[in-house]
Design a protein around this ligand. Sequence first.
Ligand SMILES: *Cc1c(COP(=O)(O)O)cnc(C)c1O
Length: 397
Amino acid sequence: MNIYPSASEFLRHRRPERPVLALRPHAAKRAADWFVANFPGRVLYAAKANDAPAILDMLAGAGVRAFDVASLAEIERVARIEDAELYYMNPVKPRGAIARAYREFGVRRFAFDSDDELDKVLQETGGAGDLTLFLRIACPNTHSLIPLEGKYGVSVEDAPALLLRARQCATRLGITFHVGSQAVVPAAFGDALTQVGQLIVSSGVLVDAIDIGGGFPARYPHSDPPGLDCYMDEIVRAADALAVKHSCELLCEPGRALVAESEAVIVRVDARRGNALYINDGAFGSLFDAAFSGFRFPVRCVTPGREVSGTAETDFVLYGPTCDSADYLPGPFVLPDSVGEGDYLEIGQVGAYGRVLANRFNGFGEFDEIVLTDEPMLSMFACPEAAAQRPVRSASL
Ligand SMILES: *Cc1c(COP(=O)(O)O)cnc(C)c1O
C-alpha cells in the first residue's frame, strides 16, 4: 500500500476513479495504546468493526491480541495473528462452527444466553473440561446511539438459574453484557456493572471474569462524548463495589473506539444539484451509518489547490452512486460553497463499521487503499490531556 502525507498530496499524484479507503494505522495504534494503558483489565478487540489485515496487525503490535469474534470466517481471519486469543462471543452459534472453533482453532471461550446454547457448546466440544463460559445478560441500552438490545441476553429473572447451571460445567465462568454502540454516557457501564453485582448476590454464584463488552464512543460532528477517562473512572468505581473484585478478571471488547479514527474514505463529486452532492460512495459502501443510523461524519474538500477552509460554508446533503433512493446521506455535511463536480472530499471517522458493511449493489463497493500519515479530522486521543499517561489505577480488578 502506498503511503502519503495527506489526502491532497495523494491527489497530486493520482485522480482515482474508485473511492479510496485511506488508512491511518497510527490512529489505531494510539487508541490501542490508550486502552492497554488505561483499562484496568484485559482489552479485546471486536473484530467485526474492521477486519482489514493492516488494522488487525497494528492492534496486535500494540498489545491487543485477544479478539471478540462472531463467526468462523472471523476466526479464520484473526487466527493468523500469532498468539491470538479468541473469544467466540456470539450467543447463537451454528453447531459445526462451535466444533471447528474448538478443535481446529483452539477456541476455549464461548458466550451463551440460554440453556439450549449451553447444551450446544457442551455437546459440540465433547463436554470439554477446559472451557471459559460467559453468560450474556440483557442490560438497558438507553445511553447509546445504536442500541443492540432485544436480540441477545438472558433476562434478570432467568439469569440466576442459568448462571448456577453453568457454574457446574465451566472451568471458568464469566458474565458479559453490551451497553449498545456509541454509548455516550459513562454511567451506562456503571449501571450494568451494578446489575452484574446484583446477579452475583441473588444467585449466590461467584464468577471468575466480567466482560463489559464494547460501546466506548468515538467522536463525530453529531456526537461529542465525554473523554474516555470518564468511562474508566466510572468502570473502576463500579467494579470496586463488587463482592468478587479480588478474584475476578475484568475484560472489555471495544470495536468502534479502537478503529473509528483509523480510516477515512476519499470520494469524488460526480454531480452537484443545488445543495446536494452526488458522490461515488454511499449507503451501500462505507457510509452505511450516515444513511441508516443518522451519523454525520467530518468532511473536507481535498482537491489539490482547493483545500479551502475559512471561506463561506454551506450545509450539503450527499447522495451515493447507486440507483436506490435510500442511498441518501442527510448529514448535513459542511463544505465550502464552491464545491462542485470533479472535487474530491475526505470523509473521516469511517474506520469502524465502514468497509465491513460495504456491499456490491449496482456494481459498486470496490475501493482502492492507501495509507496516510497525517492526523484524523477528529480524535478522542490526540488532545494533550488524553495523550498524557494517566497514573496507574488502584482498582483491584
Ligand atoms: C459489536 C460488539 C462489540 C463492539 O461494539 P462497539 O460498539 O463497536 O465497541 C463488542 N462485543 C460484542 C459482543 C459485540 O457484538
